[in-house]
Write a protein that binds this ligand. Structure first.
Ligand code: PEP
Ligand code: MG
Length: 580
């Protein structure tokens, strides 16, 4: 059993598909006599696949250089070579080992022969042989250039890391579960898995070296475990757990039409975080009362060229219409850190988390920003649209962004392009400076939304994507609870709305504390979390929640907070915290 960090609840059981293209490692596995023929067939088809790929490359290469295409012919011939193929098949049969291991051993033997040869030309063939064998191993392991779009059946994705641009090209309907070697509690992989409603575990060291494509895998996104080729009894146990989990999820959806109102009549709107307009049609099922965060950068990551104003307008218009009469908060571009534009090339900043991201990039590249603002304003006629600025670290950024927005509004008025004159504008509070000075920022906006994913990262100086410091990424750190209280108090004094759109907002363990901040307008989260959070709110009272929050804030250490919080929440809401 491999241990990692659970980032998306649920249990999935299925065939592993290795995506990682950066590492190659064949592990020795013994196989049963009954599986020998299957293993040989798997090997032969990997050889055929490699030949095909070489021929395809040859076709492309011949347009560039004839010499190169001849080399590819030589490679293909090596795969016709009896020694390489026959010896490998023989090894699988006699030693009862997996194909990856068998061909690696055959290669080693052949390379030793090459070392004894005195002919320089033939010695050069050594590299060719290695390259060809690596091609076969890649295919056996499931690595190939098109492996993202090559998934045509339900699988569990196993990868070293999953970049946000990878996530946009994955055929989502085939992903049963997801496990990665890299990543922390709020890295993008977890957000992606939650959005799909599939179990996800991240931060498992050397994961891709321990699993081969085709292995049966269990991803336990409740406890953060990944199990490879489970024994029959364990498999049965997990199948039972899986069906119980699904039944519980279905039960929660029965009352989904009711709003989240405490028994002393305090209403917290539960909204959804989305990354694309397609997701809106599924939100009703989870009882979302709007979109509290539309992460628009994903509209850019999927494209080689930047989207035009009309692309964006059509997208936002559709989103506003589909969610209407509920509101939609469209966040302006938050490119940077883990989300880089492919059209901008690779990121060369030494410290991208502290670099040109969010509003900083928008204010430097105002053309990109203006196109976004114009398209959002035009879409505002078709529903209840709001604008939100990300990564604010100083009130001046809000003032400058608002000036740009005012100029665009004036231009549109002159050109008689209509938009919602009452459109609300908000700022994300996700840096310590914005949190501490949130009173100033509140003076310039209609609402604020707390981005706890980044706020925790910057407050605690812990990279949210780095599995090595994931144990230090502590949402219930006293400093975090205190800063949340400070921001919420500032919003109350300013008479402005405050919401939370980071992952903490969708964590049922945090719900009572957040409710107890006293003036929460809404929580925005992965839609699958809405029923869980709603259940807690509907069983609570605002008065009690306020006392509870104060009790937590009076504790003196993070350990004490965690103990008190988990103990109390289990006691008060046993049905919500019974799984494990
Ligand atoms: C956050 O930082 O909490 C947030 C919601 O934004 P993102 O996760 O997109 O950085
Ligand atoms: Mg953020």
């Amino acid at each position: 059993m491999l241990k990692g960090i659970a980032v998306s609840k649920g249990i999935s059981i299925g065939e592993a598909h290795i995506l990682d293209r950066s590492k190659l490692c064949a592990l020795k596995q013994t196989i049963n006599s009954s599986n020998i023929e299957k293993e040989i067939t798997r090997f032969r088809s990997a050889v055929e696949q490699t030949k095909k790929q070489m021929q395809e490359t040859k076709k492309k290469a011949s347009k560039i250089a004839h010499k190169f295409s001849i080399i590819l012919d030589t490679y293909t011939l090596l795969l016709e070579d009896d020694i390489l193929v026959k010896d490998t098949i023989n090894k699988i049969k006699v030693e009862k080992v997996n194909a990856e291991w068998a061909i690696t051993e055959t290669l080693k033997k052949s390379l030793l022969l090459f070392d004894k040869i005195n002919d320089e030309y033939l010695k050069g063939k050594k590299d060719d042989l290695e390259l060809v064998v690596n091609g076969v191993i890649k295919n056996l392991l499931g690595y190939n250039q098109n492996s993202l779009s090559d998934i045509h059946k339900p699988v569990i994705l196993i990868t070293h890391a999953l970049s946000p641009s990878d996530t946009v090209s994955i055929p989502r309907q085939y992903v049963l579960g997801l496990a990665t070697a890299a990543g922390g509690k709020t890295s993008h992989v977890g957000i992606f898995a939650s959005a799909l409603g599939i179990p996800g575990v991240v931060g498992i060291k050397s994961l891709t070296e321990k699993i081969n494509t085709g292995d049966q895998v269990i991803v336990d996104g409740i406890n953060g475990h990944v199990i490879i080729n489970p024994e029959k009894n364990l498999l049965e146990l997990y199948k039972k757990k899986q069906s119980e989990h699904l039944q519980n999820e279905d039960k929660l959806l029965l009352d989904i039409g009711k709003p989240a109102i405490t028994n002393d009549q305090f209403h917290v709107k539960l909204m959804a975080n989305i990354e694309s307009t397609h997701e809106i049609k599924t939100l009703k099922k989870f009882g979302a009362e709007g979109v509290g965060l539309y992460r628009t950068e994903f509209l850019y990551l999927s494209l080689q060229n930047l989207p035009s104003e009309s692309d964006l307008y059509n997208n936002f218009k559709k989103a506003a219409q589909e969610i209407s009469p509920y509101p939609i908060v469209i966040r302006t571009l938050d490119i940077g850190m883990d989300k880089q534009l492919s059209s901008k090339g690779t990121n060369d900043e030494d410290n991208p988390a502290l670099g040109l991201r969010g509003i900083r990039l928008s204010l430097v590249n105002s053309e990109l920003f203006e196109i976004q603002l114009r398209s959002i304003l035009r879409a505002s006629l078709h529903g209840k649209v709001k604008i939100m600025y990300p990564m604010i670290s100083d009130v001046q950024e809000v003032i400058t962004a608002n000036l740009i927005l005012d100029n665009i509004k004036n231009e549109m008025r002159e050109k008689q392009i209509p938009f919602d004159e009452d459109i609300e504008v908000g700022a994300m509070i996700e840096t310590p400076s914005a949190a501490i000075c949130s009173d100033q920022i509140l003076g310039e906006v209609d609402f604020i939304s707390i981005g706890t994913n980044d706020l925790i990262q910057y407050m605690l100086a812990v990279d949210r994507m780095n599995e090595q410091v994931a144990h230090l990424y502590e949402p219930y750190h006293l400093a975090i609870l205190k800063i949340l209280k400070h921001i919420s108090d500032n919003a109350r004094k300013a008479g402005k709305k405050v919401s939370i759109c980071g992952e903490l907002g969708g964590d049922p363990l945090a719900t009572l504390f957040l409710l107890g901040l006293g003036n929460l307008d809404s929580l925005s989260m992965d839609p699958h979390s809405i029923p869980h959070v709603k259940k807690i709110i509907c069983q609570s009272s605002l008065k009690d929640a306020k006392d509870f929050s104060q009790q937590l804030l009076n504790l003196s250490s993070t350990t004490e907070i965690n103990c008190f919080l988990t103990g109390e929440m289990r006691k008060r809401y046993p049905l919500s915290f019974q799984e494990g």
